[in-house]
Design a protein around this ligand. Structure first.
Ligand code: IMP
Ligand code: MG
Length: 178
């Protein structure tokens, strides 16, 4: 069972649900007058967070997904490839990117740039987790679920070698597994 690989639970399922309710009401308030908001889930890590968060968004929104991959071992920061693009046009629209974690910041900085290039009117970010101590580029999420220390975490969408995304909470793996 995957839970046997967990050393400690960092954020419980109950805490995540509570926080999603709060983020949902902030988003309801902030986007009250926005028409046509598009929620963009960044695959695969955002899947459980997206599913939980949208339950508490009471606005008329559309959802779509995209997937990006960063090239490992290249020197240029922000060299990412879109491996699944949006089905929807972003031209003139307000977008809210839904991410699992902002770590170095490279992914969301580059995605924001790409989406503005495609004509989005406004691009904001809601991230379940934030690791500010790891930031390499100047970018912040607009809404953050939880700030965490510089520690590798899994669960609630976050993976280690594509595993553990289905854990219902955020945890840290036992040392011998790395
Ligand atoms: P970035 O470094 O901000 O570009 O984050 C890129 C991606 O790295 C995130 O969307 C996650 O998929 C992944 N990532 C960063 N930190 C962790 C972690 O602690 N656990 C699992 N995935 C992580
Ligand atoms: Mg990710």
């Amino acid at each position: 069972m995957i839970k046997d690989d967990i050393k400690k639970v960092l954020v419980s399922e109950k805490q995540i649900v509570e926080r999603c309710k709060q983020l949902g009401s902030e988003i309801n308030e902030d986007y009250r007058d926005t028409k046509d908001l598009l929620l963009v889930g960044i695959l695969k890590g955002s899947l459980p967070f997206m599913a939980e968060l949208i339950k508490y968004i009471e606005l008329d929104v559309e959802i779509d997904f995209m997937a990006a991959k960063s090239y490992q071992g290249t020197e240029s920061l922000g060299d990412i490839k879109i491996v699944k693009d949006l089905d929807t046009s972003v031209m003139g629209r307000d977008l809210l990117l839904v991410e699992d974690i902002v770590d170095t910041g490279i992914t969301i900085k580059e995605l924001k740039r790409l989406l503005y290039n495609k004509g989005a009117r406004d691009v904001k970010v809601v991230s379940l987790l934030d690791k500010p101590s790891r930031r390499q580029v100047d970018v912040e999420a607009d809404y953050i679920g939880f700030q965490i220390e510089n520690e590798f975490v899994v669960g609630f969408g976050l993976d280690y070698n594509q595993k553990y995304r289905n854990l219902p909470y955020i945890g840290v793996l036992k040392d011998e597994l790395y």
